[in-house]
Design a binder for this molecule. Structure first.
Ligand code: ZN
Length: 102
């Protein structure tokens, strides 16, 4: 029996996730972009690899659409950044720190 190298598998998974997300963000066609994000999410859960921090808030968790000016709406209110997905209506809230002036 061949022993699986889990560390190597996870390393490859991380690379594939990065490639897929880069492709998703560059692709104009939403059908393919969504598919790339979906695959990246699946790889992430199967191999228990986290989605890199920089991509974390760049697509919709629900319908996998990458956020662009056409597919999302961003509003700031009371220390929370609200991102609304225009294709499924999913709302994501990200808190941010308010810096006091003076
Ligand atoms: Zn969505």
């Amino acid at each position: 029996m061949i022993r699986r190298d889990k560390r190597l598998e996870r390393k490859i998974a991380r690379e594939r996730i990065e490639i897929l997300l880069e492709k998703a963000l560059k692709n104009e066609d939403l059908f393919f972009a969504r598919r790339y994000v979906e695959l990246a999410m699946r790889i992430s859960s199967k191999y228990r690899v986290r989605i890199p921090e920089k991509y974390r808030n760049m697509f919709c968790r629900k319908c996998f659409t990458p956020y662009t000016s056409k597919t999302s709406k961003i509003r700031l209110s009371k220390g929370v950044k609200v991102i609304k997905c225009l294709s499924c209506g999913h709302i994501k809230r990200i808190p941010y720190k308010v810096r006091r002036l003076g």
